[in-house]
Design a protein around this ligand. Sequence first.
Ligand SMILES: [Zn+2]
Ligand SMILES: [Zn+2]
Length: 293
Amino acid sequence: MLLWPKDEPWPTCPGPHVVPTETPVPPQFAAQLRMPGPEVLEGLARMVTGFAGIRTTEAGTVLLGTEIVSEPAASPLVPVAQLHAADVPDLRCPAGTDVLQVLWCPNEHPTDAPAGPPVLLKWRAASTVVDQLDAAPAPLVVSEETYLPNPCVLHPEQVTEYPWWQELPNDLGRRIRDFDDTLGYGEHGYFSVSHAPGWKVGGCPSWDITDLVPMDCPHCRQSMDILLTVDSTESGTNQAWRPVEDSHLQPSHIDPEWAAAYEPTGVSVGRHGQLRIFVCLTCPDTPIRQNLQ
Ligand SMILES: [Zn+2]
Ligand SMILES: [Zn+2]
């Protein structure tokens, strides 16, 4: 449970949210949708809001879509992480604080694309919380199960990361890129060892999906700092960063021990990627920025 004063209002999200819809297809039309051509799909996209495909099961055929709904009441955010400065040496806290709390709304939002669930950061001084709330209020609506983290205890480990190749001097970055291109499948190069997978504080952001996107503060025009990375796996796909403690495990999604080591938080963001939260440490009023890779 987050360290939260009993008399402090719990943050909520008023919505609206994007919810999945299923429109049943009358059985006499289902056969025509088995191999739909482009014209049929275009027609369905005009008829069904947020058309996302056709699903046929023994129960029948449905058209999948999404719609935006307003909520009758604001829904409590869910706790995502709590980091104490004493446990995480790379956590740079604003003056007078020593705890970072991260919360988000476990639903899809019309404005999410492409940056994932809207995150709320709360910095506080642990010593100021005297009368503590026992449990977080449950969210009223949850459309994204993978935005509900499994309760986990952190075992932070400090590692060294190196800048994304496009953030290095041109010549050096290009030589590193060329070197990585000479490697064969399964060989570890700069790309796989310079950035650790898993949830992390600080480090160097990687830009493997979009290439480098400048994350500049609109106030001071300086590059914002990466505060936190929320990752969908702890050891990534290339296994260069597989923990020694897990080295006896063979990758297998049907092995519960492997799954617990590989995806212990149960959180998946983007297309099983990383959500990164950027802050400007110089300008406290600058809103955080989120980026998905
Ligand atoms: Zn929400
Ligand atoms: Zn700034």
